[in-house]
Every structure is written in structure tokens, then in C-alpha cells.
Design a protein around this ligand. Sequence first.
Ligand code: TMP
Ligand code: MG
Length: 300
Amino acid sequence: MIPELSNGSVLMKDPQRVQEILQSMLKAGSNTLQVISDFDMTLTRFSYNGKRCPTCHNILDNSKTISNECRLKLDLRILSCLLQLDHLLETYYPIEIDTSRSVEEKLPLMVEWWTKAHDLLVEQKIKKDELAQAVRESDAMLREGYELFFDRLHEQSIPLLIFSAGIGDILEEVIRQANVFHPNVKVISNYMDFDEFGMLRAFKGELIHIYNKREGALFNTGHFKELRSKPNVLLMGDSLGDLDMADGVQDMKNILKIGYLNDKVEERKQSYLDSYDIVLVNDESLEIPNAVLHYLTSNK
Ligand code: TMP
Ligand code: MG
């Protein structure tokens, strides 16, 4: 049906079911479709040339501007904040992807990670007007095929909700600089709160972390109410926590879940196959979501 689904990176527990969902969604028409996607490591690359790409939180410590500036000024306090962010990633990311721990066990540790990271970012006294340059000089990369992905959704007036436990201000800047922040894109994420001098003083609203996207979805009922006429959902994520992103969708008819399995493939493969309809293993592109969207928007 979709030739790309035979690619080596594609795994499906039940290809027949995928076919049924796709057919049902095609029949309903693309005007009934909405896309809900995670950001870090789903719309952005996990790695490039063997090197990990930064997430929203870690763009700032990868930023050449800030680190050069630190080196020049020998501002050890800032430098130490940046190193601590890296250290937090090294400590908590293995917990995030650890299959031997339950979500209940991981949850308080994830809250701890996000809280420490946000406190560190606030300590750095980041300025609003530094963000664009930090993003420009970072190694953050959207996955290959992103132009087609964003542009097609825009052309076809299909709403795209980016639902991220990263940082809204940063992810918006990434997609703005890539010229794909089209009006059909809506973002739910953690947003920075700047003081009157444009200095970061806190984060706004309720914290969104990797395991509370369900609550985040249910908080934003207004958005999902507006999209009531679009009960067919294409969901894209890289974490099992991302599966809850569509919990606010009203009167859902069909959902097709595409999951990127970026790391610890053998350990996590089975749980991904059990939860996502299509699992993409070590696939750094948006080729499969693009092929699915091409199928769903072609007037067959
Ligand atoms: P996402 O919901 O857009 O994927 O963003 C969440 C990711 O951010 C999650 O995989 C962990 C990552 N993260 C960092 O890389 N550094 C941090 O300091 C924090 C708090 C999260
Ligand atoms: Mg992610």
C-alpha cells in the first residue's frame, strides 16, 4: 500500500491492522486528520555523524556563542551551570530509557531532572534575545525531510500540534529558523518567563515532563475542542510517555502511532512494538511519516 513501509528501518507488530487504520483514515479524508508530534528526538535528529544532537534543554550548553563567551569571560559560574546540565543528562537520560524500571519508579526522578534543569537555566540568567543566536549556532537538526513534512501539512490545512516536554521558546526558534513555523502549527510545551529586562526568571505554568503528557493534554481542552471535526490522528513520538499526547482528542475515530526507537534498540524493541503501530529503528529521517501523509492526502 505504502512502499516505504517495507524499508529495513520499519517494524510493525500487526501490519494488517496498520493497513486497516490507514484505509479507514484515507476514506474519512484528510480534512478529518490532525497530527500530534513530540519534538525532541522525534522531529529532531537523535544523532548526526555518530554524535548526539542536542535537545531543547541542551541547546544552550552546546551553543558556541555562550560557551565561547564563557571561556572569554572566564565566567566559571555560567560554565559550571552548563556542565551541570550535561551532567544531569548523563545521569537521568539512562533512567528515562531504562526498561527495568516502572513508570511509577521513574516519575519522581523525571520531575527531579526537569526541576534541576529549569533551576539551572534560571540561574544562568539567560536573556530572551540570546536564544535565537544560541539556536543558530547549535547542532540541533530537524530530521531529514522536515520541509516536506511541515509544508505538506500547511498546504493541506492539517493542524500540527507539537507537544513537547522540552522548551517552547527554543523549539519555536528551531522551527522558525528552518522556515517551517507555519500558521497550522500549535505548540504545547514549557515556556520561559522573562522579567522586564528580558532575563529568564522562571518557567510558566505547570511543568510538562516526559511522563505527564496526559495531564498536559487534558489541560488544553480548548485546543482539542476546536479540532473536534478532526477525529483521525497521526501521532509521532520517541518515548512511551508520548503515547498519552492524544488523550485530549475528542471523539477519536482512528489513531496511527509512529514511534522512533533511537537508542537501546534490542532492550526496548518489544515494548515499542506493543505500543506503537509503526516502529522506526535508527531512522534519522521523516521519510515514513511523509509517505503516510502522502498516502492520506492523495485523492484516491
Ligand atoms: P520532548 O518531549 O520534546 O521529547 O522533550 C523531552 C526530552 O528532553 C526528553 O527526552 C529528555 C530531554 N531533556 C534533556 O535532554 N535535558 C534536560 O535537561 C531535560 C530536563 C530533558
Ligand atoms: Mg522526545
